[in-house]
Every structure is written in C-alpha cells, then in structure tokens.
Design a protein around this ligand. Sequence first.
Ligand SMILES: [Zn+2]
Length: 288
Amino acid sequence: MKTLREYLAWAEENQVAIGHFNISDSEGFKAVVEGAKDMSAQAGLNVPVIIGVSEGERDFIGLEEVVSLVKTARTNDLPIFINADHTYSVEKAKLAIDAGVDSVIIDEVEKTLEENIKLTTEVVKYARSKNSEVLIEGELGFIGKSSKLLDAVPIGVSEKTQTNPQEAARFVKETGIDLLAPSVGNIHGIVKTGEPRLNIERIKAIREAVRVPLVLHGGSGNKDEEFLEAIKAGIRIIHINTELRIAYKEGIEEGIRSGEIAPYKFLAEGVEEMKKVVRDRLKLFNRI
Ligand SMILES: [Zn+2]
C-alpha cells in the first residue's frame, strides 16, 4: 500500500488535501475510521486519513497503544496514518519516532528562529538515522496553542506574525523537513467572531518559496470556500480538532440526558456526532 509520502504526492496531483483528525480515545478512533470508510464508499476510492495525537492526547490514549490501533486497522482499503501532533521537545519527538508513527511535528515555534532550526534539524537527523519512512514536520510562525472556543484572536497572532516566505525557504532548506506548518491566518481553536480569515496570497507565496507540502493547522471554524481556496493555493493536509471535541461533548451530553447508563450506548452518540464532522470535512477536502 502507499506510504504517507506517496499519498501526499497523490494529493498534490489531484489538488486535494488529506484530513487530519485529533483523537484522545477509542471513540475518536472509531469515528475517524468509520467516517473515512463511509466517504471511501461514497467516492469509490480509498480516501486517506491521518489520526493526530498531541502530547496530552497521546498521554491519555497511550502512544504505543494508538500506534498499534492505527497499524492494525490499516489496509489497502483503509489508508490510515498516525501523526504525533505538536511535540515540544526533541526527546518526545524521538520517542514518537521509536514508537513507529508515520509523522511527527516538532514545534519549537516559540523559540528563536536559530533555535527552532537547530532543534528541528536534530529531529530530522534522528529520523533519517533510523532509516524509517517517518516524515518530519516543522512549524514557523505563531498560530496559538489551545484547541477550544475562544472569545477573541489570541495575543501574538496577527498578519505580522504570519510566516515570511523567504524565512520559510531558509527553514526548509536548513532543516531538511518533509512538511511545513505555516502561520497564514489560521489559529488553533475556534474564535466566536469567525476571525481571522486565511491569507490565501501568503499560502501561495510560501508554496512558491518551498517545495514541501504545506499543512494547515487550526482548520476548525474556517469557511468551506476558504478551505477550497487554501487547497488550490497548496495546502495538502488540514487539521481538525476543536470541531470534533465540541461534537463529541454534545453527543455524549445528549446520550447522558436520555438516562442511558451503558457507556457503549451514551458514548455512541458522541461517536455519531464526531463521524458527521469527519465525513463533512473529508467530503470537502477531497472534493467528493
Ligand atoms: Zn496544530
């Protein structure tokens, strides 16, 4: 079956983006798997999907456990991959690589550019020394930190802090990363006012300056047309987290309100709600 790198080339060729969904438990996993299967059946092709686990999420579900879940489920018909999302230390990135993830994001964006380059390079070198297929993603430009509902755009996020294309070119060249997460008007979480908008021109400029696929973080809350424009401009992976979290919570609340006490029944309502988000997003990102 195709590797994640091969699927990224496929996405480039077909001008689509691969959906990346964060989970923290087996219900989230079930929702992504079933949602991806539904969309594959509808599209008549095997739609690739990435499961993401942040440091907190992987501590909860277990790193080895989630890698094993994904690898066991993976077949030609279900091209599912596992990404160690925002990893804030070289040490934890190495642990994720050793555990057998398909990709790792080393996030040193709060450090100086020099420090970010140094630490990111260290992870790339380690990955290459392991002779594995693992892809390394670097991040440049601040996009906020927490995936939740926000009253306002986080402090430190503005057009000035968006990724500079020349700096991106240098960052990619010096570190040797496989994927780049830029700051292009995207933020983690959903801002109630609907701001900010994606900076499509900036995405195009970065894409022209670097050869690696671009990853859009903080996809929750953006409008459908914005996503389509971003994909056209060069985005090849889109992260969805906050929307899933809200859907899960609302589903479970509904299940509990009904008086149900069997976990597999009230949790199932959370799974159903998450599945709707997964299906909608895959449909849009893959133009199904
Ligand atoms: Zn992110």
